[in-house]
Design a protein around this ligand. Sequence first.
Ligand code: HEM
Length: 127
Amino acid sequence: MAETEQELLERLGGPVAVADLVKELYERVLADPFLAPFFENISMDRLQRMQYEFLVAALDGPVSYSGAELTAVHQGRGITDQHFAKFCGHFADALEAKGVASTDVNLVLSRLSMAKDKVVGTTNTDG
Ligand code: HEM
C-alpha cells in the first residue's frame, strides 16, 4: 500500500510536478465564478505552498505539512458539498491536462475526499 502510493507520486512526476499541478488547479479555481469569491483577499502564494505540502504529504511523499489544521482553515466559510465537488472537478481536470491516467486521477481524488469532512461546513450550510 505504501509502495503503491509512492509509485503514484512518482507516476505523477514527483513533488515538482505536484507544485505545477497546484498552480494549474488554482488557475482553474480562480477562473470559476462559483469558487473565486472564496479566495478574494487570500494570500495565494501561501495557499499554494501549503496545498503543495499537504498534497505531497497526503501522497506519502518526502514533505511534511506545516500549515494550519484543515478544519480550522475552512470552517465558517460556507463551503458546501457543491463547492467541494466543483473544486475536486477542477483538480481532476488539472490532472488530466497534465496527461495523468484516469485510474491515477481517481486515486488522487480518493485521497482528497478524505479531507472532505474538514473542508465542508457542518454548521452553516443552507439550513
Ligand atoms: C480536498 C480539498 C481541499 C484541500 C486539501 C484544501 C487544503 C487547504 C490548505 C492546505 C490550505 C492552506 C492552509 C494554511 O494556510 O495553513 C487551504 C486554505 C484555504 N482553502 Fe482549502 N482545501 C480544499 C478545498 C477547499 C475548497 C473547496 C474551498 C472553497 C471553495 C477552500 C478554500 C480555502 C481558503 C479560502 C483557504 C485560505 C484560508 C486563509 O488563508 O485564511 N478549500 N486549503
